[in-house]
Every structure is written in structure tokens, then in C-alpha cells.
Design a protein around this ligand. Structure first.
Ligand code: PFF
Length: 451
């Protein structure tokens, strides 16, 4: 996929689904979903999240792929091209910019968390056994307190990511995903079964699915919507960039459906596995970003063959994070190569360096700089808040307005040749329900800041 070559398309329909699932499935499902569910009251969060996936996420996933394919370029150029085709203002190009730059902000802290995964993998490989909850909490605390260790793993993960983007070897990723994504799914299923055997699956199920309306607050709703965006890689140009390589015959609707389903299932499986084991070990569900890292090492320490299973598990999570991270850099690098004619390698490593600097600051915000706060949040939390709860939903809103109201119906129809009734439903949901949902959540939060 170099700048000079004619724009290629994926080798098959499955390739597109695989790399897009690769982008969607990542730390969001395995690390972020369980801990957000834990800190936001369990089922209230899960149910709003599921609603958001159906009514906001899926319609927008289709809309973003549509823009990418129609515009056949990086998110900025694609937006400009489709806007021009529909007689709309070139200001819509700003939407592409919000996406590509927002993606780099996400990557700066995403890479730090992926670094935690590397550290845990290293510990388990070298035979470290965490047998008590106190030791698990201590281990996580020690990691966060050590800036050099954090920066080392962050650097390594980012180099791995940028290395792939620099060479433009997405096809290698495509092949690896074919094997590793199903493996991740299988190991999660195994952990759910294990949770059913030795954990407290009943408590996990009640925690995740018993609807308790009293737990529903403005904060929970905004966080759940933000997580639907995060988990499906929406609003950041990632899906648009991948959609730009999709051939005209592939069905955007069917592909999107499978992508959203796979992504949601992985999150739910991870949640069930982790909560059943969290409750069985008497750990705190609301412990925050450390949840997965404090629960699983304990589980592996007590499981026969736990060292091998644990190593394999963290390796697969690392791979899932890697494929997501690649989709966070690719849009900006594609813009630099296509628009500025910069060599891919230079564009990738230059971008990587900028992200690395911000990520290093994120590492320090967890220890030496933890006193530096804005709105009561350290840099790590600020970046997460800004991207998932503000930038992603706002940019999703703009995509819905653009495809729902600005693009001509004929152009949209041309890309989504579903049976008429299905097309109508999707377009109606996008034009009204998706837009209204995002606007309402924002208005509610702004008018009830303490809810
Ligand atoms: N969806 C990814 C995850 O769940 O880990 C994170 C992500 C990737 C967010 C790409 C946004 C994005 F553009």
C-alpha cells in the first residue's frame, strides 16, 4: 500500500473483516471493558453499552466505512472528496483531522497499557507467582511506580507498532490475524469455562446482567457510550482508513454486523471470565485500571499449567493490542504519504516519535508527576476522558450528520445496496436515533455535571 502504487484493495472480504476486527478487538475489550463495568456499577453500564453498540455503534460503523470506500483515501482526503461530490463545504475535512490526531492521542496512552501487558508476560515467563490478592495489588502498584520500566515497555510496544506501519505490511497482519484472533477467542472461552468451574459465575452474571435502574447515572451513560465508540474504533478515522481499501462488491452492512458482533462478544466473554474470578478471589470489582492485571495473575498462579496458559493469554492480548495500535497510526501516516508525498518509513517513525514523547509523559503522570492534575485527573485519565468521552462521540455525531443529512440519498444508496426496507431502517436510525442519542447524552451531562 505505498503511495506510488495504485490503491489496492483487500485480498478478500474476509481480509477486511479480519483487519477491522483486529482494530476493534484490543485492550478496549479485555482491559477497559471489565474495569469500566466494574467501576460503573456493572449491569447498568453493560446494558447501556449494548444499546449504544446497536443504535449508535453499528449504524456509525457502516457510515464510516462508507465514507472511506467512497472517498478512497486517508480520512482527511476521503472526507474532502465525499464532501465535494455532495456539494458540501470543505470544512468537513476538519472531521478527518479530528480523527487522525485524536487517534494519536489515544495511542500515546494505549501504548503504555500495552506495555503493562508485556511486563506481566515477562513476569509470568520468568516464573513469578502471585498467590495472594495483596501481592497482586502490590505488584501492580510497583509497576506503576517505576517510570523507567513503564517507559521501556512503552518504547518497545510503540516500536513494534510503528515498524509494521513503516513497512506497510498490513498483509502480514492480515495473515497473522487469521490465526491469532480465533486463538484469542478460544482462550477467552477457556477462561470463561474455568471461571465457571472454579470461579463465581453466578455472581458475575448477576453483576453484569441484572438490570438495576437505580445505578443508572449520567456518568454511567456517558462512559458506556464512550466505551462503545472506543471498542468499535469509531470516530478516529481508523475504520474509514481501512474502508478505503474495501472493494465495491463487499457488503458494508454485513461486514459491519460481523465486526460489531465479534467485538461485543469478546468484551462480554472477557467480562464474564474476569468477574467470576474476581468475585471468587474476594477482589474488588471497582478497583479500576488494575482490575485485569490484579485478577488474572492470581488465577494463573492457582491453575494447573497456569504458567503456559498465562503466557499464551498475555501474548494474545498483546497481539490484539498491536493490531489496534496499528490502526491508530495508519490514518495519519496514510495522509502524510498520500498528501505530502513523505516516504512511508519517515512518516511512520516521525509520527511514532511524537507519540512516544507524549506516552513518556503519560508514564510519568502515573508516578513522579502524579501531583500534576487538571480537573482532578492526571494526564493518563485526561487523555482517556478527552478522547473517549468527548472527541469520539463528537466526531461520531458529525459522521452521522454528514452521511445522514449532507450526502445525497443516491450516493449513500449506491454504497449500501441493502433491500429497500433494511436500508430505510438503517438510514432512519442514523438520521434520528443515533444523532439524538449522542446529543441527549451530551446535553444531559452538561446540564447535570454531578450526575
Ligand atoms: N478498538 C480498540 C480497542 O478496543 O482496543 C481501540 C481503538 C483502536 C480505538 C482504533 C480507536 C481506534 F481508532
Amino acid at each position: 500500500m505505498s503511495a506510488a502504487a495504485p490503491r489496492s484493495v483487500w485480498s478478500s472480504r474476509w481480509a477486511f473483516i479480519l483487519v477491522t476486527v483486529g482494530s476493534a478487538v484490543g485492550l478496549g475489550n479485555i482491559w477497559r471493558f471489565p474495569y469500566m463495568t466494574g467501576t460503573h456499577g456493572g449491569s447498568a453500564f453493560v446494558l447501556v453499552y449494548l444499546l449504544c453498540v446497536a443504535l449508535v455503534g453499528l449504524p456509525l460503523l457502516m457510515a464510516e466505512i462508507l465514507i472511506g470506500r467512497r472517498g478512497r483515501g486517508n480520512p482527511v482526503s476521503a472526507m474532502l472528496k465525499v464532501a465535494e461530490e455532495n456539494g458540501a463545504s470543505p470544512w468537513w475535512g476538519v472531521l478527518g483531522w479530528v480523527g487522525v490526531l485524536g487517534a494519536l492521542l489515544i495511542l500515546s496512552y494505549y501504548s503504555v497499557v500495552a506495555g503493562w501487558v508485556i511486563d506481566y508476560m515477562r513476569q509470568i515467563v520468568s516464573g513469578v507467582k502471585t498467590v495472594t490478592p495483596e501481592a497482586a495489588a502490590q505488584g501492580f502498584g510497583d509497576l506503576l511506580a517505576d517510570p523507567l520500566r513503564l517507559i521501556l515497555w512503552h518504547t518497545m510496544f510503540l516500536a513494534l507498532t510503528v515498524g509494521v506501519v513503516a513497512r506497510g505490511v498490513l498483509s502480514g497482519i492480515e495473515r497473522a490475524s487469521l490465526l491469532l484472533m480465533p486463538a484469542l477467542f478460544a482462550i477467552l472461552l477457556f477462561l470463561v469455562l474455568w471461571g465457571g468451574m472454579v470461579g463465581n459465575m453466578r455472581a458475575a452474571w448477576h453483576f453484569m446482567f441484572d438490570f438495576k435502574p437505580e445505578l443508572l447515572t449520567g456518568q454511567v451513560v456517558l462512559s458506556a457510550m464512550g466505551h462503545a465508540f472506543f471498542s468499535l474504533s469509531l470516530g478516529m478515522g481508523a475504520v474509514m482508513a481501512y474502508g478505503s481499501y474495501l472493494d465495491k462488491q463487499s457488503s458494508i452492512a454485513h461486514n459491519s454486523f460481523w465486526i460489531a458482533l465479534a467485538d461485543t462478544l469478546v468484551g462480554l466473554l472477557a467480562g464474564l471470565a474476569i468477574f467470576s474470578l474476581t468475585f471468587a478471589h474476594g477482589l474488588e470489582a471497582a478497583s479500576g485500571p488494575g482490575l485485569v492485571f490484579q485478577t488474572l495473575p492470581l488465577v494463573f498462579a492457582h491453575m494447573p499449567g497456569g504458567q503456559a496458559v498465562g503466557t499464551f493469554f498475555f501474548l494474545l492480548v498483546l497481539f490484539a493490542a498491536w493490531t489496534s495500535a496499528i490502526s491508530l497510526v495508519e490514518p495519519f501516516v496514510a495522509w502524510m504519504t498520500e498528501r505530502l508525498g513523505v516516504r512511508r518509513a519517515i512518516a511512520a517513525w516521525g509520527t511514532g516519535f511524537a507519540v512516544w514523547l507524549l506516552g513518556a509523559a503519560v508514564c510519568l503522570s502515573l508516578n513522579d508527576w502524579s501531583g500534576w492534575k487538571l480537573f482532578g485527573l492526571n494526564l493518563f485519565d485526561q487523555l482517556d476522558y478527552l478522547t473517549s468521552r468527548i472527541l469520539m462521540p463528537l466526531s461520531g455525531l458529525a459522521v452521522a450528520l454528514f452521511v445522514g443529512w449532507i450526502m445525497s440519498r443516491e450516493n449513500v444508496r449506491d454504497e449500501i445496496p441493502l433491500p429497500a426496507a433494511h436500508f430505510q431502517i438503517w438510514r432512519w436510525v442514523l438520521r434520528y436515533v443515533t444523532i439524538l442519542a449522542i446529543v441527549l447524552v451530551f446535553v444531559y451531562r452538561l446540564t447535570n455535571p454531578d450526575s
